[in-house]
Design a protein. Structure first.
Length: 138
Protein backbone atom coordinates (compact mmCIF):
# COMPACT_ATOMS: atom_id res chain seq x y z
CA UNK A 1 0.00 0.00 0.00
CA UNK A 2 1.23 3.51 -0.84
CA UNK A 3 1.45 5.89 2.14
CA UNK A 4 2.15 9.61 2.20
CA UNK A 5 5.72 10.71 2.93
CA UNK A 6 6.34 11.08 6.68
CA UNK A 7 9.10 13.01 8.42
CA UNK A 8 9.99 13.74 12.06
CA UNK A 9 8.28 16.94 13.27
CA UNK A 10 5.39 16.64 10.80
CA UNK A 11 1.90 17.59 12.03
CA UNK A 12 -0.62 14.74 11.71
CA UNK A 13 -3.94 13.52 13.15
CA UNK A 14 -5.60 10.15 13.55
CA UNK A 15 -7.74 9.00 10.65
CA UNK A 16 -11.08 7.28 11.07
CA UNK A 17 -11.85 4.24 8.92
CA UNK A 18 -14.00 6.46 6.66
CA UNK A 19 -11.04 8.82 6.06
CA UNK A 20 -12.08 11.69 8.33
CA UNK A 21 -9.52 13.29 10.64
CA UNK A 22 -10.25 12.77 14.35
CA UNK A 23 -8.61 13.74 17.60
CA UNK A 24 -6.01 16.37 18.41
CA UNK A 25 -3.09 17.42 16.26
CA UNK A 26 0.06 15.39 16.85
CA UNK A 27 3.75 15.68 15.98
CA UNK A 28 5.63 12.75 14.43
CA UNK A 29 8.48 11.62 16.70
CA UNK A 30 9.65 8.37 15.09
CA UNK A 31 8.92 6.46 11.87
CA UNK A 32 9.10 2.72 11.22
CA UNK A 33 8.18 0.61 8.20
CA UNK A 34 4.40 0.55 8.70
CA UNK A 35 4.07 2.65 11.88
CA UNK A 36 4.40 6.21 13.04
CA UNK A 37 4.98 7.27 16.64
CA UNK A 38 3.46 10.66 17.38
CA UNK A 39 2.93 12.75 20.50
CA UNK A 40 0.04 15.12 21.18
CA UNK A 41 1.10 18.73 20.79
CA UNK A 42 1.15 20.63 24.09
CA UNK A 43 0.71 17.55 26.28
CA UNK A 44 3.39 15.75 28.27
CA UNK A 45 2.20 12.18 27.70
CA UNK A 46 3.90 9.22 25.98
CA UNK A 47 3.86 8.78 22.20
CA UNK A 48 1.00 7.01 20.44
CA UNK A 49 1.74 4.30 17.91
CA UNK A 50 -0.31 4.71 14.73
CA UNK A 51 -0.38 2.48 11.70
CA UNK A 52 0.47 4.53 8.63
CA UNK A 53 -2.89 3.68 7.09
CA UNK A 54 -4.57 5.36 10.10
CA UNK A 55 -2.67 8.66 9.85
CA UNK A 56 -4.22 11.78 8.32
CA UNK A 57 -1.71 14.29 6.96
CA UNK A 58 -3.33 17.75 6.80
CA UNK A 59 -2.33 20.04 3.97
CA UNK A 60 -0.10 22.84 5.20
CA UNK A 61 1.13 25.97 3.49
CA UNK A 62 3.96 28.28 4.61
CA UNK A 63 3.87 32.06 4.32
CA UNK A 64 6.30 34.76 5.40
CA UNK A 65 4.90 37.55 7.60
CA UNK A 66 6.35 40.06 10.05
CA UNK A 67 7.33 39.27 13.63
CA UNK A 68 4.60 41.61 14.86
CA UNK A 69 1.91 39.78 12.87
CA UNK A 70 2.94 36.42 14.35
CA UNK A 71 2.91 37.86 17.87
CA UNK A 72 -0.55 39.45 17.38
CA UNK A 73 -1.91 36.12 16.09
CA UNK A 74 -0.30 34.16 18.92
CA UNK A 75 -1.69 36.52 21.58
CA UNK A 76 -5.11 36.45 19.81
CA UNK A 77 -5.14 40.23 19.28
CA UNK A 78 -6.01 39.60 15.65
CA UNK A 79 -7.47 36.68 13.70
CA UNK A 80 -6.98 37.86 10.11
CA UNK A 81 -3.91 38.35 7.94
CA UNK A 82 -4.25 40.30 4.68
CA UNK A 83 -1.71 40.52 1.90
CA UNK A 84 -1.67 41.68 -1.73
CA UNK A 85 -2.49 38.83 -4.09
CA UNK A 86 1.02 37.84 -5.16
CA UNK A 87 1.70 34.52 -6.85
CA UNK A 88 2.51 32.85 -3.52
CA UNK A 89 -0.57 34.19 -1.72
CA UNK A 90 -2.82 33.39 -4.70
CA UNK A 91 -1.70 29.77 -4.54
CA UNK A 92 -2.93 29.40 -0.93
CA UNK A 93 -6.31 30.76 -2.03
CA UNK A 94 -6.50 28.20 -4.85
CA UNK A 95 -5.25 25.18 -2.85
CA UNK A 96 -7.32 25.82 0.32
CA UNK A 97 -5.03 24.04 2.83
CA UNK A 98 -6.14 22.99 6.32
CA UNK A 99 -3.19 24.58 8.16
CA UNK A 100 -0.99 27.60 7.57
CA UNK A 101 2.54 28.04 8.88
CA UNK A 102 3.46 31.70 9.36
CA UNK A 103 7.18 32.30 9.69
CA UNK A 104 9.37 35.38 9.96
CA UNK A 105 12.90 36.11 8.92
CA UNK A 106 13.53 38.50 11.81
CA UNK A 107 13.43 36.39 14.96
CA UNK A 108 13.38 33.14 13.00
CA UNK A 109 10.34 31.53 14.60
CA UNK A 110 7.14 30.09 13.20
CA UNK A 111 3.60 29.29 14.31
CA UNK A 112 1.09 26.90 12.75
CA UNK A 113 -2.61 27.78 12.78
CA UNK A 114 -5.78 26.06 11.63
CA UNK A 115 -7.40 28.01 8.80
CA UNK A 116 -11.02 29.04 9.29
CA UNK A 117 -11.50 30.97 6.05
CA UNK A 118 -9.56 32.15 3.00
CA UNK A 119 -11.04 34.87 0.84
CA UNK A 120 -10.04 37.11 -2.04
CA UNK A 121 -11.23 40.70 -1.91
CA UNK A 122 -10.63 43.90 -3.85
CA UNK A 123 -9.32 46.74 -1.70
CA UNK A 124 -8.43 50.05 -3.37
CA UNK A 125 -8.69 48.34 -6.77
CA UNK A 126 -6.06 45.78 -5.80
CA UNK A 127 -6.75 42.07 -5.15
CA UNK A 128 -6.01 41.06 -1.55
CA UNK A 129 -5.94 37.61 0.04
CA UNK A 130 -7.41 37.41 3.56
CA UNK A 131 -6.73 34.44 5.83
CA UNK A 132 -8.78 34.05 8.99
CA UNK A 133 -7.12 31.71 11.45
CA UNK A 134 -8.59 29.67 14.26
CA UNK A 135 -6.84 27.38 16.70
CA UNK A 136 -3.10 27.75 17.30
CA UNK A 137 -1.64 24.30 16.61
CA UNK A 138 2.02 24.94 17.41
Amino acid sequence: MKYPKFYVGQVVRRKHSDGCAIGPYMRVEHIERDRVYASMIGRDIPNDMLLKKNVYVPTIFSLSVSDETIERLRKRKTYTVSHPATTRWNSIWKKKPVLVRFYSHGKAFARIFKIDCISKDIILREPVIKITVGQLVI
